[in-house]
Design a protein around this ligand. Structure first.
Ligand SMILES: Cc1ncc(COP(=O)(O)O)c(C=O)c1O
Length: 350
């Protein structure tokens, strides 16, 4: 049996008649809008936000489409990619019956979203070198397995997952393979977006929160077949991407050169930080990173974390995460921030 969207969509979603907003029902230009119960006088601000935004954020999709080489009909935009993760659960997984596979250590929201939606989780740990254990994944799949989440580059380990392994899953699994590429702009690896025409069960997640520097605006993306994107659009709240975020995201997308410059600088900083950290005897290992952070194995993650908090420097303690014992995750900062971190660590006494 090969992948068929009809076999995995929830019955209630298949039958769902989506909400029809005022902006869905009238799309042209008019001189007087009295259809959406907005405040016709304006906003108590220097500029107006009194009109509902475009429900489909089409202008943003069009600009993204130029950058990513994917037609707008294959793009979903959400309130962060966390919204896309939640919509996947609500569209494809029946509470109490279905399950999804995650491959820890990985991004925590897959598990939280599964728990919120009452979907059971099958955990198939990554191998010791943080790659997929394909045999164990194959053994974990059953008739109720709807999705497999792969984060590449992976959070918190920083490495990319081997492309051939993801392709093996895409070719053999009859549910959705969700490839979360939140950190792809920092990676030497190619995005899976180009594979959308090859695999109808592929969903690629990306975000403007990382390399694009827009975490505060909450703009996330899912790229998938037209059929899957139509389901996303049916399930999402009518105006999920607010007007300010749409306008600012659109302006930012026209400034790709700035983002590329920052990425180049950040990668240099990542190398320098790795070199500097290697000098400390409490650093046991620094894992190869394709992301804007590094996972560092230390002799005492709790001690280092607490010491840095006292210095006003916050990193992420991953000591309690299985396969990351003794590890801290450090986001690459500006050169000044990275120097402050290294200087502080020089005074750390184990
Ligand atoms: C792997 C991964 N996916 C998704 C997200 C969430 O991104 P967004 O800000 O678009 O919701 C994060 C945030 O840290 C992440 O690390």
């Amino acid at each position: 049996m090969s992948f068929n969207i009809d076999n995995i969509i929830r019955e209630n979603i298949k039958k769902l008649k989506p909400y029809s907003s005022a902006r869905d029902e009238f799309k042209g230009e008019a001189s007087v809008y009295l259809d959406a119960n907005e405040n016709a006088y304006g906003s108590p601000l220097e500029r107006n936000f009194h009109r509902y935004p475009d429900p489909m954020a089409y202008a943003v999709k069009l600009e993204l489409s130029k950058i990513k080489g994917v037609p707008p009909r294959n793009i979903f935009l959400g309130n962060g990619s966390d919204e896309a993760i939640d919509i996947l659960f609500r569209s494809f997984c029946n509470p109490g019956t279905d399950n999804v596979i995650i491959v820890p250590p990985t991004y925590g929201m897959y598990e939280v979203s599964a728990n919120i939606n009452d979907i059971s989780l099958k955990r198939v740990n990554l191998t010791a070198d943080y790659q997929l254990d394909l045999d164990s994944i194959a053994a974990a799949i059953d008739e109720h397995t709807k999705m497999i989440f792969i984060c590449s580059p992976n959070n918190p380990t920083g490495n990319s997952i081997r492309r051939e392994d993801i392709e093996t899953l895409l070719a053999n699994f009859n549910g959705l393979v969700v490839v979360d590429e939140a950190y792809i702009n920092f990676s030497r690896q190619k995005s899976f977006i180009q594979e959308l025409t090859e695999y109808s069960n592929l969903v690629v997640l990306q975000t403007l929160s990382k390399a694009w520097g827009l975490a505060g605006l909450r703009v996330g993306m899912a790229f998938a077949s037209e059929e899957i994107i139509e389901i996303f659009n049916k399930v999402k709240p009518p105006y999920n991407l607010n007007e300010a975020s749409q306008e600012l995201a659109l302006a930012a997308l026209k400034n790709v050169n700035q983002v590329n410059e920052w990425i180049k600088e950040l990668l240099k900083e990542r190398d320098s930080l790795v070199l500097a950290l290697k000098n400390f005897d409490f650093v046991l290992d620094i894992y190869p990173s394709d992301a804007n952070f590094i996972l560092v194995k230390t002799t005492d993650a709790n001690g280092i974390y607490n010491y840095l908090v006292e210095q006003g420097i916050i990193i992420r303690n991953r000591n309690k995460v299985e396969l990351c014992e003794g590890c801290v995750r450090i986001t690459i900062g500006t050169p000044e921030e990275n120097n402050t971190l290294i200087d502080s660590l020089k005074s750390y006494k184990a």
